[in-house]
Design a protein around this ligand. Sequence first.
Ligand code: 3H9
Length: 673
Amino acid sequence: MIRTARSGAVLEIVIDNPPVNALGAEVRSGLVAAIAEAEADAGVSAIVITGAGKFFSAGADIAEFGKGMADPQLPEVCLAIEHCLKPVVAAINGTALGGGLEVTLACDYRVSAGGAKLGLPEVKLGLLPGAGGTQRLPRLVGVTAALQMIVSGEPVSAARAAEIGLVDIVVDGDPLQAAVDMAGSSLSPRPISTAPVAGDLAEIDAFVAANPRLFKGLEAPKACLEVIKAAITLSGADGFATERRLFLALLASDQSKALRHAFFAERAAGKIDGLPNDAAPRTIARVGIIGAGTMGGGIGMNFLSAAVPVTMVETNGEALERGAALIRKNYDATAAKGRLTAGQVEAAMALLHPTLDFAALGACDLVIEAIYENMEVKKEVFARLAAFAKPGAILASNTSYLDVNEIAACTQRPQDVLGLHFFSPANVMKLVEVVRGRETAPDVLATAMALAQKIGKVPVVAGVCYGFIGNRMLIPRQDNALALVMEGASPEQIDKVHTDFGMPMGPFQMTDLAGVDIGWHRDPDRIDTLKDALCAQGRWGQKTGAGFYDYDAKRQRSSSPLVASLIEEFRARENITPRAIDDEEIIVRTLYTMVNEGAKILEEGIAQRSSDIDVVWLFGYGWPRYTGGPMFWASQVGLAKIVAALDRYADRAPGFAVSALLRDLAAKGEGFA
Ligand code: 3H9
């Protein structure tokens, strides 16, 4: 865990704890022992601390949180380093995050590799830097630069670190030798804690005013401000004590537990249960996309951006041209925001091969069908595709709901077929549901997972069922939202309950965005439901300027008196006397019912683990990360409470049944794992 070596009079201390050199108990005690050894050894004049491999250290061992951490605690380790009478130099060989960066702040000098990233991402785990980082960083780089790093949690490059004074020198390649040379050059200790803080409280106010979005709904960023305030206004010792107190309070908070859950859930989602070890991924050198619509184009962009050539096929020239033009427009818009260079745009576009020749897909190693949702058409396309796709090429459907087994069955190579369900806009949203068909080969699954990660997505494995994980859970939510409107709630009230909960939009706002006409029978004379009535009037959502809400030219939403009277008309038609509906009922019927559906999805083995369901909602629908996702949130609410509430409203929800798994866990007083 901790190795030491001598280089003349310099003691090198190496943190060697793969995969990321996390600062677990053994590393902490090893560091303290190594510093003590150096202090005691008259032959040692200076110390260098570095990391083995490509990380300096990713910080505290997050898996230890909540289990009770053994002594010495990290703040004590940092104090031992800072109080050492011999100069200590950090050789930042690679990424230094959280407690890892705090260790370097306890050193007297910092030498960094050019490629290293340095950051304090604790806030993303609902925490604050708890090993002196909030007290030392403002003393080293000033209040504003410290606020930026601590409250945003975003890392800085080595070059930027040098600019703000976070590191003393940046070297090309391995910084260890440079640090050893520096340490051997009769340095004096230079503890940061005794220096004054450069900056004042006004900088905090200015930062808050400029960055309101960093604080929305979250506890940790506010606590970060408080500790930086303490650094400015209190004595050193009181500042450190404030940091410790607030760190421990955050550690015990629901938000931090949820955010830590989300961290591990995201990583667990990439692992496939029961996959044989020999399922090595297939090589994907060229991807084919069938359909140049918004979805096909968005999917294609992911590959183009990752330097994978794309063949995009359409049946009509105009649609093909429109699709290619849309891709260029999206890239140009990104370039205009300064996030891509013109050269990068051209490089991506050069990899796009738009064609009307279906046979061109024969050169592709993976073909993704992204046409409209119609089983017969999809089956036809797959039968045709399977006939001349390369042997071993993977055939994927971007279907959102349809039966992947049925699609696979018409190909005579069902082992090569799976679902790759991207979320709209596909070039932005990180979630991909990887739908495992009955006969999907293990290496096809492994390829899809690896490829999704390569293009920066978060893949989650789902089994075959109507709507897979995410959209299946939307069904009870949307059905109940509509039923609640008929019973007396307004779309505005329901949407507000969801946005207050932290969702980016409510059920009706989402319907307007996706299109009220999705799934509509398209017969304007047949009006069975409120949605039929909206569609018949051309209120198809944002795209037509009206849906459940009215929209102006800038897509700003306002309530629609017309929709309100349509709702009244429908209630009268069905002899419903509207009643007052409280927000609690909305939560039970639109959120608890989703949890119930999630439990059924688990029960049926459609999802591998409850945390995968959380990942689907965090990355596919913007579920507030600080609640951990629907299943984690439900466990925090208490499953017994959820079951009791669902039972209370069961008669109001048609065809509704509480999941046996949910009932069972609730009875045992357990949560989802
Ligand atoms: C802190 O430091 C608090 C202090 O201020 C105060 C304390 C008193 N701990 O992401 P990857 C695992 S809070 C434990 O796939 P990458 C990860 O789960 C901490 N485990 O690789 C995965 O395991 P598995 C502040 C960790 O190259 C494996 O390592 N630090 C930790 O894409 C590989 O991870 C952070 O918040 C950890 N700290 O990205 C940094 N970090 O293979 C959190 C990683 O079993 N970490 N693991 O699934 C990261 O941001 C990324 O992991 C990192 C590497 C950029 C480092």
